[in-house]
Design a protein around this ligand. Structure first.
Ligand SMILES: Nc1ncnc2c1ncn2[C@@H]1O[C@H](COP(=O)(O)OP(=O)(O)OP(=O)(O)O)[C@@H](O)[C@H]1O
Length: 338
């Protein structure tokens, strides 16, 4: 796998979108979450071009979405592809955790006329992108930038909660294929415990993803409103963030504050578990949108709040990934190196 230090060198340059491509030239790559399906082409010289985002809800399955992407971009049929999905991907039958797609790997390959189809987890793809991301697409929060090759973790709230990492191995990196977002949620203090009990009443066992995701931010806002005896409104995650940052809705403000704090706790637990002294990277569709609000939140305080191991965690840097399509870079790297 890749051997550069995460965040140390520029990623693949964007080729111009108007080059004439033939079948032999191109590979198809995709990063497919519960809401968004992001497609692009890798050219023979390794450039990622024609990146587009489609809404999963508009398509029957990934083959249907991929065909629509290729037609829309006026592209010929590719021979090979790497698709990264937000769900377990080790069996032929793949069932997306956060949308209704349920499909066969072999059938998808056949439908798209591919000679080779690689299917990996979306956060494994994001982890594989880290050695290729330019430092300008990373925003450091706390800790000390580490030298040398050390394990790194990546977490990201989106429609779900993605988790992965890279372990140094034989001069390169081993990526983790993880479903860590479904680990149990750990809360702290009376208020968070009340919210957890409220969510338990609704879901039964509460995983981290039930809170640390777009739907999770909505669940937090609703729980807080109900615990305070107020009727919650139907608000999208972006609306909760907008109201919270405008400081004109107390339940939204507290929901976002607790969201960032719980992500800090979760990321710190993951750093301890993985021994991720090289850093924890934060991606997904929500945190990169928060800008300074996230930096000013309790995220870092809770990341470091690890009792006797607090000084160990305090040295670990966190980085918000601000690149546009980072997991596509990882899918391209997988296709090239696997
Ligand atoms: N500005 C914003 N503020 C807060 N939440 C947002 C914002 N924009 C999008 N979201 C939320 O982010 C989630 C989508 O995240 P993302 O773009 O990572 O999707 P995805 O790749 O389909 O997700 P996943 O890979 O987790 O299944 C949705 O719940 C959406 O409501």
């Amino acid at each position: 796998m890749a051997s550069k230090k995460p965040g140390s060198k520029s990623g693949p340059a964007e080729a111009s979108d108007d080059k004439v491509l033939t079948t032999g030239d191109l590979s198809l790559i995709a990063d497919i979450g519960g809401t968004n399906a992001r497609f692009a082409i890798v050219t023979a010289d390794g450039k990622i071009i024609k990146a587009r985002t489609l809404a999963c809800a508009d398509y029957r399955d990934p083959a249907h979405a991929a065909q629509s992407y290729l037609e829309g971009a006026g592209l010929p049929q590719p021979r090979e592809a790497c698709f990264a999905f937000a769900c377990p991907t080790h069996e032929d039958r793949i069932r997306m955790t956060n949308n209704g797609w349920d499909f066969s790997r072999a059938r998808t390959k056949e439908q798209l006329g591919l000679q080779r189809l690689e299917i990996i987890n979306d956060f494994m793809a994001l982890a594989l992108s880290l050695p290729h991301l330019p430092a300008s697409s990373l925003r450091q929060i706390g800790g000390v930038r580490q030298v040398g090759k050390l394990p790194v973790g990546v977490v990201g709230p989106g429609t779900g909660l993605g988790v992965s990492g890279l372990i140094p191995h034989k001069g390169g990196w081993l990526p983790l294929d993880s479903e860590g977002g479904h680990a149990s949620l750990a809360v702290s203090g009376r208020r968070e415990t009340s919210i957890l009990l409220h969510l338990e009443h609704h879901y039964g066992r509460v995983s981290a993803e039930r809170v640390l995701s777009g739907p999770g931010l909505q669940a937090l806002y609703q729980s807080i409103s109900l615990l305070d005896g107020k009727a919650p409104q139907e608000l999208a995650p972006a609306e909760i963030v907008a109201r919270a940052t405008a400081d004109d809705d107390e339940a939204c403000r507290e929901a976002l504050e607790i969201f960032c704090a719980l992500l800090g706790s979760f990321a710190g637990d993951f750093a301890l578990t993985l021994g991720a002294r090289g850093g924890i990277y934060i991606g997904g569709g929500i945190i990169p949108q928060l800008g300074e609000v996230f930096t000013a939140s309790d995220f870092r305080k809770r990341f470091e709040d690890k009792g006797r191991l607090s000084s160990y965690v305090a040295a670990i840097p966190c980085y918000v990934i601000t690149a546009d399509y980072p997991a596509l870079t990882g899918a391209a790297a997988y296709l090239q190196h696997s």
